[in-house]
Design a protein around this ligand. Structure first.
Ligand code: LIP
Length: 270
C-alpha cells in the first residue's frame, strides 16, 4: 500500500489504470448478456444498467485499495475527495445504450489527473479485445503496440464521428448542425461511445470527431490517448475540451472542422 503523498510516477498510475480497466471490462463483458435496466437519467433513452454501477464499485474499490488517499470522480458515484493530489476520473461503461443492445462499442475509461492535468489513462474496449493506454508525453499504445494516428485528410474526405445528447432540445439543434456538416464531409458515424470514438481516431477508424454535451469522464482518458497518438483534442474558441464542445482530429483537419462548426453554434443548444 502506498500511503505517502509524493507525486507518484505516471507509469505506475497507468499500470494501475490498465489492470483495473481490464478487470472491470471483464466483469462488464460477462454481464452484457444478462443486463437489467435499473434507472433513467435525463430522459428515457438514457439507460443506466446494474452493471454500470457494479463496474464503478469495483473500480473504486480497486483504486482505493492500492491508493487510499486519492480522490475519485465517477459517472455513477460522483466525487470523493482525497489528499494525495491524484484524482481518478472514471467512466465505468461509456456507451451504455450500445451495452444495453448487445453492441460491441462500449468502453471502460480510467484517467489519472495530477495538478489538474491528465497524466495517465487506460481505455478498455473488451468486446473488440482492445486495451488503450497512454502516459502524458510518452505516447499511446493499443495492446502494447505504439499508436500514431494517420495523417489528416481534406474535410470533404473526412469520416467524422459524433454523438447526440439525451435531451430532445439539444438533439434538435444537433440535427440542425448536422444539416450543414453532412454535405461538407465524407460521412458521419454515430457509434454511441465517446471513448470508442476518440480512441478510434488514434487508430484511424475515423478522421475527426466532435460532440457537444460530454462530461469530463467521457473524454479524460480517451482524450489523452488520442492526443498522445498525434490528435489535437480541443474545445470551443480554441480552448480546451469542455462540456460545451469537444473537437478532435489531426491538427490541419481540426482547423477546418473548427471553422465549419463555429458559425453553426455547435457549442450551444441553439
Ligand atoms: C455517452 C457518450 C456518447 C454520447 C452520449 C453519452 P454514456 O456516454 O459516450 O458519445 O453521444 O450522449 O454521453 O452515457 O453511454 O456513458
Amino acid at each position: 500500500m502506498n500511503n505517502t503523498h509524493h507525486t507518484p510516477d505516471p507509469e505506475s498510475l497507468r499500470d494501475l489504470a490498465v489492470s483495473v480497466a481490464a478487470e472491470a471490462g471483464e466483469l462488464a463483458a460477462e454481464g452484457q448478456a444478462g443486463i437489467t435496466v435499473l434507472d433513467t437519467k435525463s430522459s428515457p433513452t438514457d439507460v443506466v444498467t446494474k452493471m454500470d454501477r457494479a463496474a464503478e464499485e469495483l473500480i473504486r474499490t480497486r483504486l482505493l485499495q492500492e491508493r487510499p488517499d486519492d480522490a475519485i470522480l465517477g459517472e455513477e458515484g460522483g466525487g470523493a475527495p482525497g489528499t494525495s493530489g491524484v484524482r481518478w476520473i472514471v467512466d465505468p461503461i461509456d456507451g451504455t445504450v450500445n451495452y444495453l443492445y448487445g453492441l460491441p462499442d462500449w468502453a471502460v475509461a480510467i484517467a489519472a489527473e495530477v495538478g489538474g492535468r491528465v497524466v495517465a489513462a487506460a481505455v478498455a474496449v473488451p468486446v473488440r479485445g482492445e486495451m488503450f493506454e497512454a502516459v502524458l508525453g510518452a505516447g499511446a499504445y493499443r495492446n502494447r503496440e505504439p499508436l500514431r494516428a494517420p495523417a489528416a485528410v481534406p474535410l470533404e474526405r473526412a469520416l467524422v464521428a459524433t454523438g447526440f445528447g439525451y435531451s430532445a432540445r439539444r438533439r434538435e439543434h444537433q440535427a440542425r448542425v448536422l444539416l450543414d456538416v453532412l454535405p461538407r464531409i465524407r460521412d458521419i458515424r454515430r457509434d454511441g461511445s465517446a471513448a470508442v470514438d476518440l480512441t478510434g481516431l488514434a487508430v484511424g477508424r475515423y478522421n475527426a470527431y466532435y460532440e457537444r454535451g460530454l462530461n469530463l469522464w467521457d473524454w479524460a482518458a480517451p482524450g489523452l490517448i488520442a492526443a498522445e497518438a498525434g490528435i489535437r483534442v480541443g474545445g470551443p474558441n480554441g480552448g480546451p475540451p469542455s462540456t460545451d464542445l469537444v473537437i478532435a482530429a489531426r491538427p490541419e483537419l481540426y482547423e477546418d472542422l473548427e471553422v465549419l462548426l463555429a458559425p453553426l453554434a455547435a457549442d450551444t443548444d441553439g
